[in-house]
Each structure stands twice: as C-alpha cells, then as structure tokens.
Design a protein around this ligand. Structure first.
Ligand SMILES: C[S@@+](CC[C@H](N)C(=O)[O-])C[C@H]1O[C@@H](n2cnc3c(N)ncnc32)[C@H](O)[C@@H]1O
Length: 338
C-alpha cells in the first residue's frame, strides 16, 4: 500500500540502495541513456501510439516504486510543492486547484475528470463535495477498475472506461472538466478542444495541469531538443508535447476563452528531483539494472524520463552547455461563455 500522509523524510527509501550522483548536464544524462537503452533505438519509436502498452507495462514501476516510495496511493502525476520542499502533500495540489475553481464558480453540479488514471484526484474531490457528481474517464480498463474499487464508499463518484478523443456524448453537460497530465496524449488537438467545449455547460470551466513544450522559445540546445524527443518516446506521447500557446489557440478556436496560464514548473521540481533519484539507482548500480529485467521494455523506459525531467524543466543557465528549458509544467484555465 502506498502512504497517504504528508511525510517529508526519505525513511521510506531506506530499503533501497543509495542513488548515484545526478548528472549535471544533459550530455551526461543522454550518454547514460545511450549506454543502457540506445538513443537511436528509442527514437525508432517516435510518433508511435503505445499509450496502453506503456501503462500496462508500467504497473510495477508505478505501484512498487512511484506510489510506494515517492507519491501516494493511486497517484500517477507529479507533486507540486509551493514552498520548494518535497512533501507528499504536494500530490494533492492539482485536486486542490480544482476545488478552488469549484468553490469560486458556485452551483457546480457535475464534474468530469478526463484521463483520471486510478482516480486519486476525483476520489479526493468527491469526498470533499458530496453534493456534486464526479465522473472519471480513462482509456485503461485496469485504471478504471482500480479507481472504482477505491471509491466504493463514494456514491457521488463513478468511473468509466473510454477515450477523451472524443469525450463520449453520454458524459456531456458538465460544469467542470479537468485533466492532470493526460491531455498531452491528445492526437488531434482541435478535435479534443472541440469535444471539451461541446461537453461543458455554458459558464463551465476547463482546468489542465500538464507538461508543455518550450523549445521554440529562447536558445535551446540540440541536446535539449533531443531530450524532449526522448521524453515523448519514454511516455508514449504520440503527437509530441505542444506549447501552452498552441493549446490556448486551439481552445479559443473551439469557442472557449482563456482565463489564465500559470507556470508551475518550479513547484514540480522537488518531486521530479526525487524521481531522478530513482533513475540514478538504475543507472548507477548494475544490481538494480539486473533486478529491473523483470520489467518489460516500456516499463524500464521510465528510467529515461525520470533522469531527464529536472534537466528538461530547468535548462542550464551558464557555460558551454547553456540552454533554455525544453519542457514546462503549467496550469491552464479556460471558460465557456455563460
Ligand atoms: C500520467 S497518467 C495521469 C492519471 C491521473 N490523471 C492522475 O493524475 O493520477 C495519464 C492517464 O491518461 C490516460 N489516458 C491517456 N490517453 C487517454 C485518452 N485518449 N483518453 C482517456 N484517458 C487517456 C492514461 O490511461 C493514464 O491513466
């Protein structure tokens, strides 16, 4: 079972070997990746659609490592630590952000979470709002089954298997739609934005927490561009990340108005640095790599994304390897005209 408290110490990790020092530059990180996975081999999978196999092959990684040692039970997203100090409480911040929107809107009756995974956010919110009906939609039957099992005491929460591409018509007519680290998987951006707009009631809100592409801005190095592509391959993001500007423009084309876009990257850093620590146990210790052979290919590739995340988010300010970040973590809020 994963922990559910707000532990800040690393005692849960005492039964793991210590991590090797983190790479200082992208070049170093890419070198480590190349040795264990082969960069060219990884890039052969660029643009392929393997969301389902990725999540099916990553169950052990999420449940035996991510949830057990780092996040909280049922969680499949990054934490947001606003004080810069890692705490497990940070994994509830996305749900707290949605709660604030619900409170500000008033008279919300129905909420839809797209790509709900194992239901952490929806279960949290449904427990706090017994008078609101919550539906979680996810592509994977296994995620929906786990979310349903975890919410048996919540009559106002239901979970449905299906894709948000497009959102099933039966789920339309909601006051809030939100998605945490899932809409990046959209293949047809305009179609997804239109389905969101059509599914919202007048005056409704959309809230997105996700990674966005930054590499069209500022001086971005070749290594950073390559690392961004490796991130997309590692997580099976078939059409690649888009920038928040591309998302905002597509949402406006669909008839929504942007409320705001907030850069949350600094707050995601404490949890992605911890995640990188897992990767450094893999890259730095042959015994861990031997043990990881029980994982299938796509499961092992979580080491690729984990080693890169802090470097992608931070870029490098100085020196010969200086580069702007390739990826950011943002919160987008849009509304439908009342
Ligand atoms: C990184 S996980 C995040 C899960 C959850 N939002 C959370 O915060 O824990 C991404 C989720 O998106 C789901 N997903 C990906 N593409 C989808 C689609 N087209 N329709 C519905 N769910 C999708 C995956 O199955 C996975 O559960």
């Amino acid at each position: 079972m994963g922990m559910t408290g707000a532990e800040t110490d690393d005692s849960a990790m005492n039964d793991l070997p210590p991590p090797a020092p983190a790479p200082v530059t992208l070049q170093e990180a890419i070198g480590l990746i190349d040795r264990q996975f082969g960069v060219e081999k990884l890039l052969n999978d660029e643009g392929k659609q393997f969301v389902e196999p990725y999540y099916k092959q990553s169950v052990l990684v999420y449940e035996q490592f991510y949830e057990k040692y780092l996040s909280v039970e049922g969680c499949m997203h990054f934490g947001l630590n606003f004080d810069g100090q890692f705490s497990r409480q940070g994994f509830y911040e996305q749900a707290r952000g949605v709660k604030t929107i619900i409170r500000q809107m008033g008279n919300v009756e129905r909420v839809l979470e797209v790509g709900c995974g194992k239901g952490l956010n929806t279960i949290r919110l449904a427990g706090l709002h017994p008078d609101i009906t919550f539906t979680g939609l996810d592509l994977l039957k296994e995620h929906v089954q786990k979310a349903t099992a975890r919410s048996s005491d919540l009559p106002n929460a239901q979970f449905v298997q299906g894709s948000f591409e497009p959102i099933p018509k039966a789920l339309r007519g909601v006051d809030v739609i939100f998605g945490v680290e899932t809409l990046c998987y959209a293949q047809d951006l305009d179609a997804v934005c239109q389905a969101i707009a059509d599914s919202l009631n007048p005056g409704g809100r959309l809230v997105i927490f996700d990674c966005f592409r930054e590499d069209q801005k500022g001086p971005v190095s070749d290594e950073m561009r390559l690392a961004t592509r490796l991130l997309e391959v590692g997580w099976g993001v078939p059409a690649g990340y888009r920038s928040s500007e591309e998302w905002s423009a597509a949402l406006e084309r669909a008839g929504l108005k942007m409320n705001w876009v907030k850069d949350e990257t600094p707050y995601a850093l404490p949890s992605v640095r911890k995640l990188q620590g897992f990767a450094m146990r893999f890259f730095g210790d042959w015994k861990v790599r031997m043990q990881s052979r029980i994982l299938s290919d796509l499961g092992r590739r979580n080491a690729v994304t984990a080693i890169l995340m802090p470097l992608l988010f931070e870029g490098q300010a100085d020196g010969p390897d200086a580069t702007a970040p390739g990826v950011s973590y943002k919160r987008l809020v849009a509304r439908k005209k009342a």
